[in-house]
Write a protein that binds this ligand. Sequence first.
Ligand code: C5P
Length: 318
Amino acid sequence: MISAIRPAASSVTVRVPAKVNLQLAVGPARADGYHSLVTVFHAVSLFDEVTVRPADQTALTVTGEDAAAVPADASNLAWRAADALARFTGRDDAGVEIQISKRIPVAAGLAGGSADAAAALVACNELWQAGLSQRELAGIGAELGSDVPFALMGGTAVGRGRGEQLTPALAAGTYHWALAFGLTGLSTASVYATCDRLRAARAAAGDAPPAPEPQLSHPLMTALRSGDPAAVGPLLSNDLQPAALSLQPELRRTLAAGREYDALGAIVSGSGPTCAFLARDARHARELAVAITGAGVCRAVARASGPVPGAAVVRDGQ
Ligand code: C5P
């Protein structure tokens, strides 16, 4: 076989999607502090773009949605991803200039930080022509954030472990969403901690057993195979929702506004505070977005559809 030898690119741009969780079943806290979970990830068409170029020293700039809230130093997940890939491939002194153009809001339950890390891995893998497989990149990414492997894979997938062990899911059709962004972010760690606290209080009051082992919803998987959003909507579920609502009670009004306008499903996305509303079709998603914006219950509303592919190169500058 003759393989084409490509010249190294002078810049690489990668587009990466946000995710919503169609199911998020949270189990007990593990010894390492993470929670075992079963989740159904779904990548939606709200994208960040990450561009990398060779540089003497690593540097990072952020533009777009919530740019001021994103750290532009070595603590940024995209910077850490570039460092981790450089170490893994023996390029310890490889600097890279990283530009992040954000549309995914920060601390929103949409895995924006993990998305940027995934994009940086794909971009640097291409820039350095390192040739790592998606599986190898996912192994590096899982150390950076539980949602990084899914941002690489995209589509619809079942996540286990702490979310990093993935199996692609059979899902037919396209799902249309309105996404309502919260006024302020929520820390993922504090939402999980609140979930534990609420569960402990209920168990102490004798209202509920301690956290059960999480189980995949087979009715949801069947509905996804049917491609019928009306079947999927009522089966959306999120064990973190009570915790997100207790930290931001105003989200109840946001969810109620979506239900009032006939959303097929209304749910907090991941650890929140973004609320995801499943629409009948693209037109209904537009109507929902207008109505929820008008209700004045959130900062902004975006429309998105899914599933979409994971992190992928969109431009190579030669
Ligand atoms: O993996 P990631 O850095 O995105 O997780 C952020 C925080 O969310 C963790 O430090 C942990 O507190 C919490 N978490 C958890 N169980 C998971 C995933 C995240 O407790 N499965």
